[in-house]
Design a protein around this ligand. Structure first.
Ligand SMILES: O=P(O)(O)OC[C@H]1O[C@H](O)[C@H](O)[C@@H](O)[C@@H]1O
Length: 433
């Protein structure tokens, strides 16, 4: 993974970072790097995520899912939410369907759930249910609904299901009762940092993707961590994002130029928001997609407030679809070129247009979307996030604000007494009808 921070320099952009500021910041990066290395070494809570490429056992995942993979299913449905769904969706989305299509049920929108269950060939669908806590209402409710749908079609769901969860909780109990293959979520790793573990890799294993390659990419990311932002792409990204946030870039637009990375932008949004949105600080992540969103959002990014950093994520190589020759007036320039060439040109033009308008932007590139590059990309952004959290001085690995809402919802549903639920009744109203 390479990171080009040239368009974030103050010689180009406002807000921007001067070379002198970066040199000063680099001393703090060195200290943060030492802290991160200690955390990784001791497998401290959160930091343990950056040890996953070495700690995750690809063979154990592959052998646990073997009975399900042997069924030669057409689809893999992941039931989970947040960090328990987005890593798997990102990995499988980036690598393509492999031997089976990827589906995710993370919301509890009844219309979507009903439509999905109507459309899926359940007899040929594997199910991966993931919840670290084993208690998340959305996940457990969706699981019960999906299980029921299998039973309605007389399909033995127990043969097709793999569970990934913590050491105890209702999901673990259920897996034991039904004798399902059950994998452990890794210790000390928050969900949003767990893509390179059982949590993110089970669907990929069922689909026949190169799980070991994904971890090898992660290990390459681990090896690239160094005590200077000028020697480490992940830290360059994290440090520049920190510096830009300090200077007013309070929004972070993640715009991959690849449909296969659409889930990556969602995964990034959770990583950035839950990890860094603390103490009145943090960049608000915005998900976009190139080239599509050039034709909807770019106006604002280029000509709106200078409160944004734009992050381009792209591959240097990709498949190419030739554009047929035509002699239609005004279109002939497209003929003989390819959709890939067009996408590249759109990307370069957009990057240049933002720089010309002085809007800070950063380019993150990998060679291609294969297992190694995807593993490296995920690892690189996680390391960047941890570094940014260190520089900001926030508690990167907790999410108390999310837990507040979860308790309020459980209280409302009669799942216990939680004082947070009272806030719902106390809502201020100023109704206009
Ligand atoms: O894995 P689970 O315990 O079901 O949690 C799923 C998700 O729940 C919450 O919303 C947390 O904020 C997320 O970080 C977590 O990934």
């Amino acid at each position: 993974m390479d990171v080009d921070i040239g368009n974030a320099l103050s010689s180009v952009a406002t807000p921007g970072v001067s070379r002198e500021s970066l040199d000063r910041l680099d001393e703090r990066v060195a200290d943060a790097h030492d802290r991160i290395e200690r955390g990784i070494e001791d497998r401290e809570f959160g930091y343990a995520a950056l040890a996953l490429p070495a700690d995750t056992d690809a063979a154990a995942i592959e052998s646990a899912v073997e009975p399900v993979a042997d069924l030669d299913v057409d689809a893999v449905l992941t039931v989970g939410i947040g960090g328990s769904a987005l890593g798997a969706a990102t990995v499988s989305g980036a690598l393509g369907p492999g031997s089976a299509g990827t589906f995710v049920l993370d919301n509890v929108d009844p219309r979507r759930a009903a439509r999905l269950l109507d459309d899926l060939p359940l007899a040929d669908t594997a199910l991966h249910v993931v919840s670290r806590s084993g208690t998340t209402a959305e996940t457990l409710a969706n699981f019960l609904v999906v299980r029921d749908a299998y039973e309605d079609e007389d399909v033995d769901w127990t043969e097709r299901t793999v569970v990934t969860t913590g050491p105890d909780g209702p999901l673990r109990t259920l897996a034991e009762e039904e004798d399902l293959p059950a994998l452990d979520v890794p210790d000390g790793v928050p969900g949003r940092f767990s893509a390179l573990s059982t949590v993110g890799l089970v669907p990929a294993a069922i689909q026949g993707h190169d799980v070991e390659g994904l971890l090898a990419g992660g290990r390459a990311g681990r090896e690239s961590l160094a005590g200077s932002l000028f020697d480490c792409p992940a830290y360059a990204y994290g440090a520049v994002s920190y510096a830009l946030e300090q200077r007013g870039a309070t929004q972070q637009v993640c715009i991959p130029y690849s449909e296969d990375l659409e889930y990556f932008a969602e995964w990034f949004a959770q990583l950035w928001a839950e990890s860094l949105g603390k103490d009145g600080l943090g960049q608000t992540p915005i998900r976009a997609l190139g080239a599509t969103d050039q034709h909807s959002q770019l106006q604002l990014y280029r000509a709106g407030r200078h409160d944004k950093q734009v992050t381009f994520v792209r591959t240097r190589e990709g498949p190419t679809v030739p554009i047929p020759e035509t002699d239609v007036d005004g279109l002939s320039y497209l003929g003989g070129s390819s959709l890939g060439d067009l996408l590249d040109a759109e990307f370069e033009a957009t990057e240049a247009s933002l720089a010309a308008a002085g809007l800070p932007n950063v380019r993150v590139e990998v060679d291609r979307l294969d297992a190694e590059s995807v593993g490296e990309l995920l690892y690189g952004f996680e390391a960047a996030c941890v570094l940014t959290g260190e520089l900001m001085g926030v508690e990167t690995f907790t999410q108390p604000a999310v837990e507040w809402g979860k308790r309020a919802a459980r209280g409302l549903l009669g799942g216990g007494t939680f004082e947070e639920a009272d806030a719902v009744a106390e809502k201020e109203r100023l109704l206009v009808e």
